[in-house]
Design a protein around this ligand. Structure first.
Ligand code: S3P
Length: 436
């Protein structure tokens, strides 16, 4: 499926409500499934990736259904999951895979998990190693999906320093620790998204977080049942990022994004955009279920190029494709450092960004794992064809680029947008975009 994004030559205007955060949606389904009692989830993201997690838990015997505008999950405790009769297919969803490998490592039964072509190429050693170090028995060829999980009820707590700064790895270990006697400790040399910790605390887990020197130390004591708690999921900052950049680069724009999750472990891109002289304001700040939420107001701005240190990468990892579009429309060169992890996302995003920006005559260089972007205005009249490499964030980023291009932009495999943001085209067109 292809979509075409047309240059609009008019401002984006309006107020929109975005779908629920993807990371929090996955966690809300998983954690409520093993809690005691009924959980009501409001504003769950209805995307393919989240549906993979829902279907997995349903196969594992959990009763989950939709009622009016919310989702209801009936949890029966830490040891209530049942063996799935079939293999568990997780489609494109890396988060489902890494989190469920941890959760399933110490159940009463074995499991087999598989994924689509893209997920089957993504690295799983990062989660297999710590889980096996805890006594897990995760078996796979070359550390890729399909993966057989031979459950071990006698896994041991671990003290583990994250070698790769990844919230998925951290969360997989935390989910495994829930069913282990004793104290599991995870050391993060630098912050990664902390939605799992926030939600576990909200559900009554025995979890403590301390900062020692620059390290974030998370300790969790397992074998304590979680108590069901209702959840309202805020709008996804990573989805908001596409609209923020769209408004910043389209002349005269003025938009408001309501109730967006502004958890500081997610909003590294805001810091950078403000340095680039973006006109962004946050209003109506509040805390919902332990998560920071606010309205984001964005006005068209003349952006300056920027440097982004590798230290910020974990708190803005999903935003580099759309930040590259902001940088391509800024004055002066930008340089993003330390993007190794971008190579193992839904596509090799470093290569996807570089190859597709070139088509707009924008000079890009990759030196080691750093990306340099030197903007220039293209006057191309022929349509520009974008190969999204089946990557939702690449497809959406270049759809935004199309709004301010000299010609229409045609994007391949746009159906992958449904993995994280099924309403993207409709909402963008609602505020003045033209994507068909
Ligand atoms: C996610 C963590 C990040 C992010 C992904 C969602 C999560 O991955 O890129 O989209 O929900 O924990 P890593 O843990 O691999 O950095």
């Amino acid at each position: 499926m292809k979509i075409t994004s047309y240059p609009i030559n008019k401002p984006l205007k309006g107020t929109i409500i975005l779908p629920g955060d993807k990371s929090i949606s996955h966690r809300s389904i998983i954690i409520s499934s093993i809690a005691m009692g009924k959980t009501k989830i409001v504003n769950l993201l209805e995307s393919e990736d989240v549906h993979r997690t829902i279907n997995a838990l349903k196969k594992l015997g959990v009763k989950i259904y939709k009622k009016n505008n919310h989702t209801v999950v009936y949890g029966k405790g830490l040891n209530s999951l049942k063996k799935s009769k079939q293999k568990i297919f997780l489609g494109n969803s890396g988060t489902s895979a890494r989190l469920l490998i941890g959760l399933l490592s110490n159940q009463n039964f074995n499991s087999l998990i598989t994924g689509d072509q893209s997920l089957s190429k993504r690295p799983m050693k990062r989660i297999i190693d710590p889980i096996n170090a805890m006594g897990g028995n995760i078996v796979s060829k070359k550390n890729l999906l399909p993966i057989a999980i031979k459950a071990n009820k006698k896994m041991k707590p671990i003290k583990y320093r994250l070698k790769i700064l990844s919230a998925q790895i951290k969360s997989g270990i935390l989910l495994a620790s829930l069913n282990i006697k004793g104290n599991t400790i995870i050391i993060e040399p630098s912050l990664t998204r902390d939605h799992t910790e926030i939600m576990l605390k909200y559900f009554g887990a025995n979890i403590k977080i301390r900062k020692i020197n620059k390290n974030n130390i998370i300790s969790i004591r397992g074998k304590k049942e979680l108590k069901s708690s209702n959840i309202i999921i805020p709008g996804d900052f990573s989805s908001a990022a596409f609209f923020i950049v769209a408004a910043l680069i389209t002349k005269g724009s003025n938009i408001t994004l309501k109730n967006i999750n502004i958890n500081p472990t997610r909003t590294g891109m805001l810091k950078i955009l403000l340095k680039m002289k973006a006109n962004i304001k946050i209003k109506n700040r509040k805390i919902i279920n332990g998560e920071k939420v606010g309205d984001i107001k964005v006005k068209y701005s003349i952006l300056k190029g920027c440097k982004v240190s590798s230290k910020l990468a974990p708190i803005m990892i999903d935003e580099y494709p759309i930040l590259s579009i902001a940088a391509s429309n800024a004055l002066g060169q930008s340089k993003f450092f330390g993007l190794k992890e971008l190579k193992v996302k839904e596509s090799n995003r470093l290569a996807s960004i570089k190859n597709n920006l070139k088509k707009f005559n924008i000079l890009t260089k990759v030196e080691n794992d750093n990306l340099i972007i030197i903007p220039s205005k293209s006057k191309k009249k022929k349509p520009i064809l974008i190969d999204s490499k089946k990557d939702h964030r690449i497809a959406m980023s270049f759809a935004i680029m199309g709004l301010v291009s000299s010609t229409k932009v045609i994007i391949s495999d746009s159906k992958y947008i449904n993995t994280s943001f099924p309403n993207f085209i409709k909402l963008l067109n609602k505020i003045g975009g033209k994507i068909i």
